[in-house]
Design a protein around this ligand. Sequence first.
Ligand code: SF4
Ligand code: SF4
Length: 184
Amino acid sequence: MSDILGEKNICKKCGKCCRLIYSLKSYEELYEESKNGDSVAVNFLKLFVPYVSKKDALDIDTAAVSAICEYNKRMYGADTHFYYCRHIDENNLCKVYERRPKFCRQYPKNEFIILPQDCSYEGYSFMAREKVKAKVRKAKEELLDIKIMRMKAEDKGTIERLNKMETRCLQYIEKYKPFGSEDW
Ligand code: SF4
Ligand code: SF4
């Protein structure tokens, strides 16, 4: 349950995000890792419980679960495993609301996360994605400017500075490549 917009909190508390936690790792894999002291696995299993079958997750939101599975298969060639949080109650309220983890407070911080259907953050996410796209387009324009400036540059210092700027632009575009930044 998010409060990413602070006092303008628009979360309608459907609880789907708390019931559609996913990982590329199965419970058995995470359990083994936690036994070996992996803190990420330990913390994950402290909060999240695996569904008996994927159908349980599909019953919550078929479209979102299918989209998440399809995305992970395409991107990572991997199956998706679904979990629910042990702190969500039958009224979709968080039992540890005041001390819930940071990622719950910041959900959906990742602009390209697949949201559950009818999540009230869809508009927020859409705007956040548009901002990223605008920044990628600006980075592409800067790359052209950098090329021209480098052709005119005469000293080594300027060329090095332009090279660094170019690297930053390329890295930003690369970061969003899985989401289509080459075509924006
Ligand atoms: S800790 Fe609370 S807000 Fe976070 S996933 Fe669990 S129920 Fe949801
Ligand atoms: S899915 Fe969206 S609307 Fe539903 S509880 Fe989570 S953040 Fe709120």
